[in-house]
Write a protein of this length. Structure first.
Length: 207
């Protein structure tokens, strides 16, 4: 018997292939099962959705906006009672009379002030609008025009005419309509001057 050791040739490629096969089967057994793909359909995938909020937003978008008068009624405090209004009116009249007596005591020639009427209210709007449109400017001074303020004043006078329709005397209604017509005409003339293109200066004479 020979003492020469025997060498055995091992095919490493075959062993590697068998190891990869075994490891692949083990991984397949331990891997979690794949979820089936969701079928392609028009229905949305199940899950939590904000259905209530979407419905609320859609309802708010379709609902008409509250009127300005309704919104104002919500924001205003409750109206005073008839007794509170009567007491306040009496206190106001007494305070105004006391002030007038003090003024007349210092100026005996000043007579009693006439009661304030509807014509004074219309006159106040008229003066305010005309001053805002530059009336009453002294000679040599540049008129200061508040065109947007004038528009607001004229619009307020139009609201007054609309809200008091049918509750005025013939003289009061004629005065209100005349003042409103005059103010609107003045406003139209002023805005036409503002929007008109500036006239270029004449050319300089040739020397």
């Amino acid at each position: 018997m020979s003492d020469t050791p025997k060498f055995e040739v091992i095919d490493r490629r075959k062993m590697k292939a068998e190891e990869e096969k075994v490891s692949g089967e083990t991984a397949a057994q331990t891997a979690p099962p794949e979820k089936p793909a969701a079928p392609a359909s028009a229905e949305p995938a199940p899950g939590p959705r904000l259905v209530v909020n979407e419905a609320k937003q859609e309802a708010e978008a379709q609902a008409p906006a509250p009127a300005a008068e309704e919104q104002l009624a919500v924001e205003l405090p409750p109206a005073p009672t008839a007794e509170e209004s009567s007491q306040q009116k009496a206190a106001y009249d007494a305070s105004a009379q006391r002030l007038e007596d003090l003024i007349r005591a210092q100026n005996p020639t000043v007579g009693p002030q006439p009661p304030v009427g509807f014509e004074h209210l219309v006159q106040q709007f008229y003066l305010s609008a005309m001053l805002q449109m530059g009336a009453g400017t002294q000679d040599g001074q540049r008129p200061r025009v508040d065109i947007m303020g004038a528009r607001a004043t004229v619009d307020l006078l139009g609201v007054l005419a609309q809200k008091t329709r049918g509750n005025l005397t013939e003289a009061e209604d004629r005065m209100l309509q005349s003042v409103l017509f005059e103010l609107r005409m003045a406003f139209l003339e002023l805005t036409s001057m503002v929007g008109a293109p500036s006239v270029p200066p004449p050319p300089a004479p040739k020397s």
